[in-house]
Design a protein around this ligand. Sequence first.
Ligand SMILES: C[S@@+](CC[C@H](N)C(=O)[O-])C[C@H]1O[C@@H](n2cnc3c(N)ncnc32)[C@H](O)[C@@H]1O
Length: 218
Amino acid sequence: MSGHDHHHAEEQAEDFFEPQSWEERYSGADKVWSGDPNPQLVAEASRLTPGTALDIGCGEGGDVIWLAQQGWQATGADFSAKGLARAAKHAEEAGIADRTDWWQVDARTFAADGRSFDLVTTHFLHPPDGGMVEVTRRLAEAVAPGGHLLVVGHAPSEVFFTQLSDSHRRAMFLAEDLLSALPRDFEVLVVEQRPRTTTRDGVTVEIDDSTLLARRTP
Ligand SMILES: C[S@@+](CC[C@H](N)C(=O)[O-])C[C@H]1O[C@@H](n2cnc3c(N)ncnc32)[C@H](O)[C@@H]1O
C-alpha cells in the first residue's frame, strides 16, 4: 500500500469509530448481529441476582434482551439512534419491552449523572487509541455499591493483526490494560483473555475475549 493509500485507509478506519459509520451500518436491510447474547455475559451474569443493568454499546440489543429475559431491568445505551431503534423493536418482538429502556449516549463522554446500576456491562465497544481506559473509568462510576462491572473486548491477535488497520489494532485491549481505570473501592474478580471459537466470513477462527469483571464494595 502506498503512503497516500495508507493515509486514506487510516482515515476511513478512524471514521469506523464514529456514530455516522454505525448509523450507516444499522440502515441496511439485514441484522448486523446474531441477536444471541455474548458468551462472557452469559457466563458471568448468570451467577448474579438480577437487578438493574446498563449495557453500553448495545447495538441491536441482543445482550439487553437476554438480561431482561433473565429478570433484569435493563437499559441499552449506544450512540447510534438507528441501532437503538432496532434494539427497541427486537425487545418489543421478544415481549419484554416493559423491562427495557434505551439511552442515546457516547461512551467517551458518558456521565452517570446520579444514575447507578447493579450491573454495568459493555462488549466490543473499542474506542480508538486506547480510549477504553477512559470509558471504563466512566462506566465504573455508574456501578451501584455491591454491583458489578463487566468489560469485554477483543484482545490483539494474529487474526486481527493481519486484517486490520492501525487504528483498529490500537482499539484492541487486554483486560489488564483497564485495571488503572478502576476506583479503589472495586475488587477485581476476573482479569483474563478467554479463548473462544467464532466464524468470520465462513472461516472458523480462534479469538480471545479480554474480560474484566470487578465488584464495587457494598
Ligand atoms: C461491535 S458493536 C457491538 C454490539 C453489541 N455490544 C454486541 O456485542 O453485539 C459496537 C457497538 O458500540 C456502539 N458504539 C461504538 N462506539 C461507541 C461510543 N463511543 N459510544 C456509544 N456507543 C458506541 C456502536 O454503535 C455499536 O452498536
